[in-house]
Design a protein around this ligand. Structure first.
Ligand code: ADP
Ligand code: MG
Length: 704
C-alpha cells in the first residue's frame, strides 16, 4: 500500500510560483516582476539580479545543482543544456552563483537544431531569452538529480524565431490587442488585456516494456509498421471509460504526483476507446503555459511509464485499425478581469459580446481553414485523420442547433428568444457541465463549440500545441481587427445596429463553415464539396497553406511570423516529413529482412521436412503441401515487395525539389511499405506463434 498523499501540500512544490515569489522577493522586486509578467513591461537587470539570487537559493534548498534554459525548438520537442551553479573561488573551492544575466539570457550553441536556413554556420548563434510569464520549475529524475528549468524563447542573432514559443507569445499579443479594441468599442471600460486560454486533453497508449523492446518499429518510429489485427479490437466499446486496471492506476497516480509537483493541474483521467488507450486533461491555463505544460506532460508520461515497466506511445496512430490519439485543444479568450468572451450567459440571443466573438471565430476559421489544417499536418496525423472515430480532413464548426438558430435568426433579421434554462449550467465551473445532448452530438466535429470554448480536435497527440494556437490566435486577431474597425467607425450611437450587421455578414459570407451533422459520414464529404470547403487529405499538401502569399500577408501583418520564418518552417516540416517516412521505410526493410523473412523461411523448411517424412511414412501430406504452397507464394510476393520498397526509397531520395521529394515519399514510398505490410500481416496470420519473431497486436494491447 502506498501512503496517502496531501495534494494541496505537493501541488506546485517544485514551481517558483507567485506564492514563492511573494515570500522570497523584496516587495518592490516582486512588484516590478509582476508588472513585467502582467503588462509585458521590460525588466531591469537590477530586478533580474535579485530574482535570480532568490531563485537560486530556493532551487538549491530543494536540491538543485544545475539550471537550464528550457526551450522549444522546431523539432516539436523541448531542448535543455544543463549548467551547474558552481563558480570557482581563489582558494580552490566553489560557490553557487546565478546572476540576472544568466537568468534572462543564454547562448546555447544548439547549432544542430533545425533552423531551415535561418542560421548560416558562420553566424550560428542562437539565443535564449527568459519568458517570465511561464514560471520556472524544478525537474527531478529517478536518480535524484534536480534541475532548475527556466522557460525561454529561442531566436537567432538576427532576432528570428527558431522556436515555437516566440511566435506563440507574439500571437497572444496580437489577439489581445484586437480583442481589447472590440471590447472597448462594445463599451467595456474595465478589461485591459485578453488572454487566449487552452486546456489540451492528451491521449496516449501504454504497452508493456518487454513488448516494446522486441519491436524495432515501435522503438524507432513510435508506431507498429506491421501487425495482423487481434481477434478483439474496440468493437465491443467496453474499453471507453472502463475501469482502470491496478497497474495503469499506479502509473496514473505517479504521473499525477509528478505533474502536480510541477504545478500542472492534471484533472481528469480515463480509459479511452481503444484497448490500452488513455487520456489525461489538465485544467486550462494561458496558451503559453498550457503549451509548456503539455510538453512536460508528454515527457513525464514517458518517464513515469518506464518506472512501471510500461512504455507510453504518443504517436497519432500506433496500431492500425484502432483509434488513433489526438490532442483536443480547448481554446477560449479570457479578459484580465475574468470574463470568458465565449460565455453565452443565460440569454445568448441578447448577448452582443458573445455573438460578436463567436462571429469572429466563424469568420476566422472559414477564411483560414487551410492554415488550421496545416497546423495539424504531421506524418502520424495522416494515418489518423479520417479514420476510426477521428475528425475528417475537412474543417467545419459545430455550433449546435440552439446557437446556430440564434445566429441564423440575426442574419435574417428575425428576433430569436433565448431558451434560458438550457444554458443555466454553462460556465459556472472551470470545467462546465454541458447539457448532455450538446456534448453527444458534437463528437464527430473537428472544431466544436462546447459551451464556452472551442474544441479543436484535429491536433495530433505527439504534436506541440503551439502551432495550432499560433494560427488560432492570429486568425482570430485578424477577424477581431476588422470587427473593431467597423464598430469604432459606427460609433456609440450606431453600435447595436453595426453589431447585428457584423453577425449577419459573418453568417452570410462564412456561415457555410457551420455543420452540426455527422462529420464521419460520406454525405458530409459530398456536402462539403458543394460548399467549397477545402478537404486536404495529406499533411504534405496541407503544409503549403503556411507558405502562400496570403499566409505571409497575415502573419506579417500581425507580427507573428515573418516571411523568412514561415519559409524556414515550411522547409523544416517538409524535411521532417521525409525523415519520418524514411525512418519508417528503413525500419520496415530491416524487420522484413532480419526478422520476418528468416522466420518464414524456417517455417517452410519445417514444412518441407515434415512433408518428406510424411511421404516416406505413406501419407499424402495434403494439408502440409497446401500450406507450404500458400506460404511460399506469400514469401515470394513479399520479397518482391521488399525489393520494390527499397527501390522506391532510393528513387525518392534522388528527387531534387524538396516539396516534390516529400510528395514522392508519400506517393511512392508509403504505398510500397503498405503493400509489403499486407503480405507480412497475412503471413503472421498463418505462421505458428512460436515462430513469429515479434509480439502480436493481442500481446501488446491486451496483456497488461
Ligand atoms: P471533454 O472530454 O468533455 O472534452 P474534458 O474535461 O476532458 O472534457 O476537457 C475539457 C478541457 O477544456 C479541460 O482541459 C478544461 O480545463 C478545458 N477548458 C474549460 N474551460 C476552458 C476555457 N475557458 N478555455 C480553455 N479551456 C477550457
Ligand atoms: Mg474533449
Amino acid at each position: 500500500m502506498t501512503k496517502p498523499i496531501d495534494v494541496t501540500e505537493i501541488f506546485g512544490s517544485n514551481v517558483f510560483n507567485d506564492r514563492v515569489m511573494k515570500e522570497r522577493l523584496p516587495k518592490d522586486t516582486y512588484r516590478a516582476l509582476k508588472r513585467t509578467i502582467q503588462e509585458g513591461l521590460p525588466l531591469s537587470l537590477d530586478v533580474a539580479n535579485v530574482v535570480a539570487s532568490a531563485m537560486r537559493d530556493w532551487a538549491i534548498e530543494k536540491g538543485a545543482t544545475h539550471y537550464t534554459h528550457w526551450f522549444q525548438p522546431l523539432t516539436g520537442r523541448t531542448a535543455e543544456k544543463h549548467d551547474s551553479f558552481i563558480s570557482p573561488t581563489e582558494d580552490g573551492s566553489v560557490i553557487m552563483e546565478f546572476s540576472g544575466q544568466q537568468l534572462t539570457q543564454g547562448e546555447p550553441d544548439a547549432s544542430s537544431l533545425p533552423n531551415g536556413g535561418l542560421r548560416s554556420t558562420f553566424e550560428a548563434r542562437g539565443y535564449t531569452a527568459w519568458d517570465c510569464t511561464s514560471p520556472a520549475f524544478l525537474k527531478t529524475d529517478a536518480s535524484g538529480n534536480v534541475t532548475l528549468c527556466i522557460p525561454t524563447a529561442f531566436c537567432s542573432y538576427t532576432s528570428e524565431a527558431l522556436d515555437k514559443k516566440t511566435p506563440l507569445l507574439r500571437s497572444m499579443e496580437a489577439v489581445s490587442k484586437q480583442a481589447v479594441r472590440v471590447l472597448k468599442a462594445l463599451g467595456n471600460k474595465t478589461s485591459k488585456r485578453v488572454t487566449s486560454t487552452v486546456g489540451p486533453e492528451q491521449e496516449y497508449f501504454l504497452i508493456d516494456k518487454s513488448c516494446y523492446e522486441q519491436r524495432l518499429d515501435l522503438i524507432v518510429s513510435g508506431r507498429t509498421l506491421f501487425g495482423a489485427p487481434a481477434p478483439k479490437g474496440q468493437e465491443l466499446e467496453d474499453q471507453y471509460f472502463g475501469a482502470i486496471k491496478d497497474r495503469i492506476a499506479a502509473f496514473m497516480r505517479d504521473l499525477d504526483i509528478e505533474l502536480w509537483k510541477m504545478g500542472i493541474s492534471s484533472k481528469t483521467k480515463h480509459h479511452e476507446v481503444a484497448p490500452a488507450q488513455y487520456e489525461m486533461a489538465p485544467i486550462f491555463s494561458t496558451t503559453n503555459i498550457a503549451a509548456d505544460h503539455n510538453q512536460l506532460v508528454m515527457e513525464t508520461m514517458q518517464r513515469v511509464a518506464l518506472r512501471h515497466d510500461l512504455v507510453c506511445l504518443l504517436h497519432e496512430k500506433p496500431f492500425a485499425g484502432m483509434n488513433g490519439s489526438g490532442k483536443h485543444n480547448n481554446w477560449s479568450l479570457m479578459t484580465d478581469d475574468g470574463i470568458n468572451l465565449f460565455e453565452p450567459g443565460r440569454t445568448p440571443a441578447e448577448n452582443e459580446q458573445f455573438l460578436i466573438f463567436v462571429s469572429a471565430v466563424i469568420m476566422a476559421v472559414d477564411r483560414h481553414a487551410e492554415k488550421l489544417r496545416a497546423s495539424c499536418g504531421n506524418p502520424g496525423n495522416d494515418l489518423r485523420l479520417g479514420a476510426n472515430e477521428a475528425p475528417p480532413t475537412i474543417i467545419s464548426i459545430f455550433m449546435g442547433d440552439e446557437f446556430t438558430g440564434i445566429l441564423k435568426g440575426i442574419a435574417s433579421g428575425k428576433k430569436v428568444a433565448s431558451h434560458g434554462q438550457n444554458f443555466l449550467q454553462v460556465g459556472v465551473d472551470s470545467l462546465p457541465q454541458l447539457p448532455k445532448d450538446n456534448t453527444d452530438r458534437n463528437r464527430t466535429s473537428p472544431f466544436a463549440f462546447t459551451g464556452n470554448k472551442f474544441e479543436f480536435r484535429m491536433v495530433g497527440s505527439s504534436a506541440s500545441i503551439s502551432g495550432p494556437n499560433i494560427v488560432m490566435n492570429t486568425i482570430a486577431a485578424e477577424a477581431l481587427d476588422e470587427i473593431a474597425t467597423r464598430l469604432e467607425k459606427a460609433g456609440k450611437s450606431n453600435r447595436n445596429k453595426e453589431a447585428a450587421a457584423i453577425v449577419r455578414d459573418a453568417m452570410k459570407k462564412h456561415g457555410r463553415i457551420i455543420f452540426n451533422g455527422n462529420n464521419y459520414s460520406d454525405e458530409w464529404i459530398a456536402e462539403a464539396r458543394k460548399r467549397e470547403l477545402p478537404n486536404i487529405r495529406g499533411g504534405v499538401e496541407a503544409l503549403a497553406a503556411m507558405a502562400t502569399p496570403d499566409a505571409v500577408r497575415l502573419f506579417e501583418k500581425y507580427k507573428v511570423l515573418s516571411r523568412g520564418e514561415l519559409r524556414s518552417r515550411h522547409e523544416i516540416y517538409l524535411e521532417g516529413y521525409i525523415k519520418h517516412v524514411n525512418i519508417e521505410a528503413q525500419a520496415s526493410v530491416q524487420m522484413v529482412k532480419k526478422q520476418y523473412l528468416p522466420a518464414v523461411i524456417k517455417f517452410t523448411e519445417e514444412l518441407a521436412g515434415a512433408i518428406t517424412r510424411l511421404k516416406a511414412a505413406g501419407s499424402a501430406a495434403k494439408v502440409q503441401k497446401e500450406l507450404l504452397g500458400k506460404v511460399t507464394e506469400l514469401l515470394e510476393s513479399s520479397s518482391e515487395k521488399l525489393a520494390a520498397l527499397e527501390t522506391s526509397i532510393v528513387k525518392a531520395h534522388h528527387v531534387e525539389d524538396l516539396e516534390k521529394r516529400a510528395m514522392t515519399f508519400r506517393d511512392k514510398v508509403v504505398p510500397s511499405a503498405n503493400a509489403l505490410r499486407k503480405d507480412i500481416d497475412a503471413l503472421e496470420e498463418i505462421l505458428p506463434s512460436r515462430l513469429w519473431p515479434v509480439p502480436s497486436y493481442a500481446d501488446m494491447l491486451f496483456k497488461l
